[in-house]
Design a protein around this ligand. Structure first.
Ligand code: RP5
Length: 181
């Protein structure tokens, strides 16, 4: 799969790029069919200049590889894991079971149903193994949450989060102003 090991990805279907710097976020997915859902979030990580890597680590089809990857992530310099999966959606929870790093789960809407099953699979973790869960297909919030986690100890990233918040406020205020026109 040509996007594996890329250091950056664009919201559009871009060709693979080699990692140029130490990735801080690992974006793992159960299948390459999850990638379109992830692209808006990857675009946020790009916008914030947060280095990341994307990997397919299926909890079902590649269980040993999935466990090895999550287990080694912290020692490999990863600070936060974003894990996307649909349907039974075990990947975020299984990743969290193998790492002390914060794991953010993205429920992916499967071909059957509205994604509620993915959402419940990910957020209903038994106590002791937390997964921070965003709404169905919401890779943007997953990326923003990863940025906030990194920003708590990185002033440059925190400033980009604050700028994003200012920009969002400005955009909504502008829309509000236009309603009067
Ligand atoms: C999950 O099953 C993946 O995360 C994906 O969302 C879903 C379907 O995978 P494919 O059958 O499209 O590979 O493991």
């Amino acid at each position: 799969v040509d996007f594996m090991d890329q250091g950056k990805a664009k919201a559009s279907d871009s060709p693979a790029r080699k990692i140029k710097e130490q990735p801080l976020v690992a974006v793992v997915m159960g299948s390459d069919s999850d990638l379109p859902v992830l692209r808006p979030g990857l675009a946020i990580l790009d916008k914030f200049s947060i280095p990341y890597t994307t990997r397919i680590t299926s909890a079902h089809r590649t269980p040993t590889w999935m466990a090895e990857y999550a287990t080694a992530a912290a020692d490999n310099g990863i600070k936060t894991i974003i894990a996307a999966a649909g349907g039974a959606a075990h990947l975020p929870g299984m990743a969290a079971a193998h790492t002390p790093l914060p794991v953010i789960g993205i429920p992916v809407k499967p071909t059957i149903g509205d994604g509620t099953d993915s959402l419940l699979s990910i957020c209903n973790m038994p106590k002791g193994v937390p997964v921070a869960t965003v709404s169905v297909n919401n890779s943007i919030n997953a990326a923003l949450l990863a940025a906030r986690i990194l920003g708590s100890s990185d002033a440059a990233v925190r400033e980009r989060v604050e700028q994003y918040m200012r920009d969002s406020e400005k955009e909504v205020r502008e829309k509000d102003r236009r309603l009067e026109e």
